[in-house]
Write a protein that binds this ligand. Sequence first.
Ligand SMILES: *[C@@H]1O[C@H](CO)[C@@H](O)[C@H](O)[C@H]1NC(C)=O
Ligand SMILES: *[C@@H]1O[C@H](CO)[C@@H](O)[C@H](O)[C@H]1NC(C)=O
Length: 462
Amino acid sequence: MKKAIICVLAVVLAMVQLMVEPSQAVNCVDVDKSLLPCLTFLTGQVPEPAGGCCDGVKALKGLVTTTADKRQACNCVKQAAAHYQNIKDNAVSSLAGKCGAPVSFPISKNIDCNSTMAPTSTCLAFLVMLALWSCSAASRGVLLNDVEITMLARHEQWMYLHGRVYKDATEKEKRFNVFKENVKYIEQFNKGGNQPYKLSVNEFADLTNEEFKATRNGYKGLCLEDKLARATASTFKYENVSAVPSTMDWRKKGVVTPVKDQGQCGCCWAFSAVAATEGINKLKTGKLISLSEQELVDCDTKGVDQGCEGGLMDDAFHFITSNKGLNTETSYPYKGVDGTCNAKKASTHAAQITGFEDVPANSEAALLKAVASQPVSVAIDAGGSDFQFYSSGVFTGSCGTDLDHGVTAVGYGVSAEGVKYWLVKNSWGTSWGESGYIRMQRGVSAKEGLCGIAMEASYPTA
Ligand SMILES: *[C@@H]1O[C@H](CO)[C@@H](O)[C@H](O)[C@H]1NC(C)=O
Ligand SMILES: *[C@@H]1O[C@H](CO)[C@@H](O)[C@H](O)[C@H]1NC(C)=O
């Protein structure tokens, strides 16, 4: 809290200077950008910004220098004052309360913007800062209600948390509107009925579902090739497995590496194939080694697989087999962009497979035998809004069977509520879903399985 106090003092000093020094017209969006990480930190809602809270204050000082700026900033105060009167934000009120004076929002309403005035208390400075915060709202040229101002603040916090920067005010406004709709959808869903799963305002919250699905290179949606080629020779080594454990979690058996993040590259197929390969390697050799997706992205380019533009797990297994192995994540690290094959690194083999087999299509019973035996690559339809915002619980859809995403089934079980599920490892980082995993309903009436999970499953052999 000491840091916070120092920052409040810095804000006061900045405000005093802002009021006294005579510059260019204030761009409220810039004001907003420089000050918000600091403000949200001070209100206890996000961690301290990199470089400290006071960087934002310094940036603000650079923006506001002339008397005209001062007047505009002041007018923002007046415009916003009415809104803040009604905001029931405990974090903001409690911090304002710490200023040691009664907080009365109408103070700022009475500011005479034409006279030179210096804030006499931290509270006034804080109010000025709050008002500047709403400048972006005022600059939209519409009178916003409290709910919308709160939503603006949520968007700012979200941008900060996810390091999102927009190229201009137009883009920001567009993204804000998408964000607002998504937040409404997510909150409505979570409020409604007894859903077995929950959604959250995650890092995809400023994308429409169409964008989420369509942006192959942007946001990881479609990353499987349209034409899914299947192995022709179809042996299924687990066909005679008769008894399987009632639950399985390969993570608990030390067969699964930590969740990875494919970033803005549509190479889910590489992550899926690598996770399955890491699994069989551990089962075969006793060693859990994190393996290289980038080697697949860079070097597996002679067939169907096209790096960040999509690929297939089976083709990745084919590459690993013919390359006689795969290097480690450490020595051939992930870059998240298409690159040139490093032949020397690709000739170093930390793990090997002998080939791969396809699980008989459209049979969750067959998939169960396979997943009971080793982690299995599965293709799913991950294009829906609910998948985009999935946060926890057993996912029951909605989704179709347009397979567009490659993931890895690393177990199965039954939830506390009695819903059977597949335990699936995704490659969207740990902030999505249940620490990067999703539990997907198992044993559905459709033979394809939920989201088509039983349609194109395969695993490497070793
Ligand atoms: C403040 O100054 C502006 C511009 O000079 C003027 O139009 C406005 O009437 C003034 N307002 C008050 C309250 O004096
Ligand atoms: C499964 O059992 C059948 C009948 O005994 C046998 O013909 C087949 O080869 C077995 N499959 C595997 C993969 O062992």
